[in-house]
Write a protein that binds this ligand. Sequence first.
Ligand code: ARG
Length: 595
Amino acid sequence: MENLLRTGIREAVRSLYGKDASDDQLQIQKTRKEFEGDLTLVAFPLASLSQRSPEKTAGEIGEYLAAHLDAVSGYNVIKGFLNVTIAPAEWARTLQEISGVTRYGFMVPGPEAETVVIEYSSPNTNKPLHLGHIRNNLLGFSLSRICEAAGNNVIRTNIVNDRGIHICKSMVAWQKFANGATPATTGKKGDHFVGDYYVLFEKQLREEAEKLIAAGATPEEARDNAPLMQEARRMLVKWEAGDPDTVSLWQMMNSWVYEGFDVTYRALGVEFDKIYYESDTYKVGKEIVLRSLGEGHLVRRDDGSVWIDLTADKLDQKLLLRSDGTAVYMTQDLGTAVIRYNDYHFNRHIYVVGNEQNYHFQVLALTLLRMGYDWAGGLHHFSYGMVELPEGKMKSREGKVVDADDLIAEMTETATVMSQELGKLGGYNETEKRNICRQIGLGALKYYILKVDPRKNMTFNPAESIDFNGNTGPFIQYTYARIRSVMKKAGETGVKAANETVGGVIPNLKEVSVIKLLNDFPALVREAATGMSPALIANYCYELAREFNQFYHDFTILGESDEMLRSFRLRLSEMTGKVLESGLWLLGIEAPERM
Ligand code: ARG
């Protein structure tokens, strides 16, 4: 469409002013919503060729286009901007053209494709995943698909925090209180099993500390000196020294946790290409800190600790190694980044991590740059806000966070209840019903979380998220299923969309609106990738579903007696279905064939 106009304008300039316009001088953009028109020519750069004001130039070119191009049905000029309206017949040709494109909207990585590493999830092995992780995983996974669709090579990655004092706490509690119980003997999911021992440790620790406080200790002293805490610390020292029993206990308990995490990831539908472990990367972190200290980029204090001074960059001084030589959180991330760069030579590395770590990632990138790693200019923190449930809804049971597995199960439950109330799901067997309700429940959860600006804090409202008539995942899924059912019926009755005739129809306004949106899809995917915005895709899907439903409400498809028109509408429906399916796929949402 844009190319057609470009050629037309070039001709206009040649015929009106006898000059050739360069590519730079032909600035065409989508017409802004508040103006009439589809495409807008910015006439300012052409004024030097026309020797007239931009406004006059725009008017003359508009007149020429309307007279000479069938595709242009009207124009208006606002200041130096020429807004061009494309004729309905041209939109039909557009539909014909785009419906012949394979994997419409998806780019194949070319030779100059970028490699983008995306890190998301990154849990700790002492607790199961919670609602915050859900937001993290959904954003990260969707972003990975969007970047891939925009033609990048994407590596999905995760860093597991599997070492440190908090991990030792659950190990100590298990040793003392479990009597050899395992996830297998108790039937508990591994991550929950281990998480329970972490909670138990904290509870026992509190009791021990209370006794010490009663005997006169301050709260900090009490926690510090409590026998359990000392035991956890001894365990950490043993672990760092590679004590075989400690290491094998650690391996066993972590393997339980990973089995549990896998179940949650599978239920959420997210996956990873490569998982890193802090128990490996902290060592590389220590090495590069020491090397960098030798190169004079860092400072060693009298107590032996190592720091980087970022005050010149308006940040502060940051600890990189403790006085006893042990690693801190930053040390690990330095190591992880260097290892990942060596593994993939990425152009960009996106960290999907909550906004409470904004400062951490600023320091990380700057520290690496100071150490001489120029590629650290490609590090990007994709920062997102908190997510909560409305008061009273599974909220912080006994002060605990909202568990991911519980929430996922509850979404399927809610979807089942709501579908039954609405009298849907007739004629399905139990397995089909469960599967559809799972798709709806998860679609609701994912869409609700992804449609909002990630930087904002949000409240996830389960009932609202499933509303079949609202701006929800199920509304879009339902529109898709409706299209599939039309296509199925068409197949059964032998009605086909004859592509040769699709472009010969003059579409009505509703049809034009749908085609315009379909035509926007590829550019939108690129924009979502550049702007790192799953929300853009989400809201586009909603708009497309809504426009299609309006068309569907007002016009008949298979009942249309004019064969060419019927064929055209069928193609329009099919293409809408394809784009909705692709859009949902980019969000990690399944598109049910029937609902
Ligand atoms: N495990 C950390 C936490 O639970 C998040 C890790 C984020 N990623 C990173 N590269 N620092 O807070």
